[in-house]
Design a protein around this ligand. Sequence first.
Ligand code: PLP
Length: 392
Amino acid sequence: MNPNTPWQMARRAARMNPSIIREILKVTERPGIISLAGGLPSPETFPIAAMREASERVLRDAPKEALQYAASEGYGPLRDWVAEDLRGHGMTVDASQVLITTGSQQGLDLVGKVLIDAGSRVAVESPTYLGALQAFAPYEPEFVALPCDDNGPLPDALALAQGARFLYVLPNFQNPSGRCLSEARRNELVTQAQALKLPLVEDNPYGELWFDAPPPAPLASRWSEGVVYLGSFSKVLAPGLRLGYVVAPKPLVPKLLQAKQAADLHTPSFNQRLVCEVIRHGFLHEHVPTIRARYKAQRDAMRAALEHHLGATCRWTVPSGGMFFWLELPEGVDAMQLLPHAVQRGMAFVPGAAFYADAPRPNTLRLSFVTVAPDRIEQGIALLAQALKEHA
Ligand SMILES: Cc1ncc(COP(=O)(O)O)c(C=O)c1O
């Protein structure tokens, strides 16, 4: 710290780091670059007309309520909708267990605030969502990175997490790996977690974005007292609304609510009413299939391009939903070092190292297929293959 400044940072500030993804995105926003690095949904999927009409209805029918402070738990009809929707996915949920949050990212922060003490252990997948590592890190946990295969955490490895406050897990089309846990793996994980008394934090922003068949039921449907479940409207409507939710076992709800109150009093009333107005008559049943169809075509374009240009040198599994491919470059190639060469050629990706809580695998990288048109995806992967050929 500069000795001339009167400010002294809290110890936790040292645990806060700039998101490497944001740093990379700054470089890749150069015009003309084919960026497969972003984690954003396609803006072509945003239901602008429906939002405009609903917004007018909200401002006509309940303008004062929509613009006033409101309850920290969230807007009642929206909490009811979430509870009903999740019951449709096999979960036992009462609306009183649903807190509407300012994005599910806030849900991660609240979970960290309420459950993590400095020095306590938090288990995560390897790799895992970078934003969760960023949300938990200021609470000073000791991360335990569990070994995983293409089907998620290895059940036998859960013993490594014994005594941890929770295991953070993304069963559906994980960010970054794209993997989706099978029915059998979900059952094994929950059985092991129950035996170890290891609570789970299940993060599911991508579950509705499946391409051929819906994923198996959430972990929370298998162990309602032992799972905190996080959901989001970011990938099915629009992320700028900042609307997500936490569904917690009843004993946790009051503390999460107090943490929410202290953080921002409540999630924006107008946005909650707006979304409720848009979705209450089944809008998502028509809208989400259009997103699935679009992303599936883009996934297919990336799969074909990968097979064509990198089939002989790299490894990946084809995601059955979500937004990402996870690529393993040949052993010994460092994706971080490859990136500037790829950018110079005109394409960008996110090096995988950012997504590991410990021992990163430098030869991995994440590719998003949702914001770039299929022909540009093909060009982008061709450029990646050229960069790899010349600089690996
Ligand atoms: C796995 C995961 N969890 C949570 C979030 C946060 O989503 P939001 O705060 O927009 O609901 C994201 C965003 O990309 C994500 O990929």
